[in-house]
Design a protein around this ligand. Structure first.
Ligand SMILES: CC(C)(COP(=O)(O)OP(=O)(O)OC[C@H]1O[C@@H](n2cnc3c(N)ncnc32)[C@H](O)[C@@H]1OP(=O)(O)O)[C@@H](O)C(=O)NCCC(=O)NCCS
Length: 167
């Protein structure tokens, strides 16, 4: 059975969901989210399975969080916690199109930031496509700042903006 680990309680957007740790039974829905949300640089089904396994066996290396609305898993975030590093890294975040603009991503990011703080990290970083205005606006709205750029970075050679937030 799935375990609820964090309940969204802060006073922002309506129906922003509940966060829980996904299990092996969530692989299909996570793969569907990945396919719907990304056209390139997708995490393969076997990659998602590996992250799920690692998240359960070595929770301080990888943390996989899903956000639910009712009985529906509508998004996920993958957080990497390298040993001997004070910096957590968001590896991927995605929310199903029909659940966007309802605060789901903010909920996922708040959950990931809580995990990073609990694990002793003092900064959190991510890379985002330079042309992903929605995501850049999201990160900026909650305190992430640009500190670098890598070109090329993605499969189609688009540059990545590197962003960081102190925790
Ligand atoms: C980016 C993404 C995760 C945002 O998810 P979301 O659940 O819709 O985001 P939220 O509802 O929490 O949005 C929070 C804020 O982000 C910004 N934002 C999100 N989507 C936006 C859009 N399409 N246009 C402009 N601003 C947007 C807004 O500031 C928004 O606040 P507001 O709704 O009060 O104006 C989602 O669009 C997605 O899955 N995209 C495809 C995958 C992807 O690009 N992932 C990021 C990889 S770095």
């Amino acid at each position: 059975m799935s375990e609820t680990i964090i309940t969204q309680t802060w006073p922002t957007p309506p129906h922003a969901g509940t966060i829980r740790k996904p299990g092996p039974g969530d692989l299909n829905v996570l793969a569907a989210i990945e396919n719907q949300c990304f056209s390139i640089d997708r995490i393969s089904r076997s990659g998602l399975r590996r992250f799920l396994t690692r998240s359960r066996q070595d929770p301080w290396g990888v943390r996989f969080l899903a956000v639910e609305h009712g009985a529906c898993v509508c998004g996920y975030i993958l957080l990497l916690l390298r040993r001997n590093s004070l910096i957590a890294r968001i590896y991927s975040i995605a929310v199903m199109p029909e659940h966007r603009r309802t605060g789901m991503a903010r909920t996922l990011l708040a959950g990931a930031e809580s995990v990073a703080v609990e694990s002793g990290r003092n900064r959190i970083r991510l890379e985002v496509r330079e042309d992903n205005a929605a995501a850049i606006r999201l990160y900026t709205s909650i305190g992430y700042q640009t500190f670098g750029r890598i070109e090329p970075y993605y499969e189609d050679r688009t540059a990545a903006i590197r962003m960081e937030k102190p925790l």
